[in-house]
Design a protein around this ligand. Structure first.
Ligand code: FE2
Length: 208
């Protein structure tokens, strides 16, 4: 597993190259935006997605680390700038638009931090793909994001959205987990019956 993990995170040197000052700048500016999110779990989710990324791939490079922190930055934007669920009939189309808008915002932040072009392109590409994956690196970010939803977001999501919507969202997330991430999901328990029941039910046979 560790070997496949290492390959999953490998990238050309031009992409991995990340001056420490650039990463510090990117991190500070990304978190400054996310702290203003109206979704209370967003700051913790950004850090927890990065933590899951580093658990799945301890050697994850700078583009992956920045993308993990920034992947949901769209959701933290002011009204009128963020993608709204109400504007989409289809949940997947909403998620894809959310990811693309996040990539656009991240590009501006990274340019402002003086990031090298290949790093900007790769970090933004990963954010644009974070909901659905598509290659080993994007799949890695999608798994980290998904696992963090169950660990960090789900209790607040359930309290805010109710059981039916939380179960729908949990099942949608389960459908995009890799087999390895599904095994790790089985280790996440909150000690709150209502939350743990949703985690258990999202993996029921015959469900998406
Ligand atoms: Fe996320």
């Amino acid at each position: 597993m560790a070997g496949s993990c290492t390959r999953a995170a490998s990238a050309p040197e031009a992409v991995r190259r990340c001056p420490p000052a650039v990463e510090r700048c990117a991190r500070a500016r990304i978190l400054a935006v996310i702290r203003r999110s109206t979704v209370p779990e967003d700051p913790a989710h950004a850090e927890n997605t990065l933590a899951w990324l580093l658990r799945l791939a301890p050697e994850a490079d700078c583009a992956l680390r920045i993308a993990a922190l920034a992947h949901d930055i769209d959701r933290a934007l002011p009204e009128g700038e963020r993608v709204r669920r109400a504007d989409f009939d289809d949940y997947d189309a909403f998620k894809a638009a959310h990811a693309r808008n996040g990539a656009r915002v991240l590009e501006g932040i990274l340019r402002g931090c003086g990031a090298p072009g290949p790093l900007i392109r790769e970090a933004c590409r990963l954010v644009a793909l974070h909901e659905f994956g598509g290659d080993p690196r994007a799949d890695l970010l999608r798994d980290a994001d998904s696992l963090s939803f169950y660990e960090t977001n789900l209790p607040l999501y359930l309290a805010r959205e109710g059981e039916a919507e939380a179960l729908r969202r949990a099942r949608w997330g389960y459908g995009r987990l890799s087999p390895r991430a599904r095994d790790l999901l089985a280790t996440i328990r909150h000690g709150e019956a209502a939350v743990d029941r949703i985690i258990a039910r999202c993996a029921e046979p015959g469900r998406p």
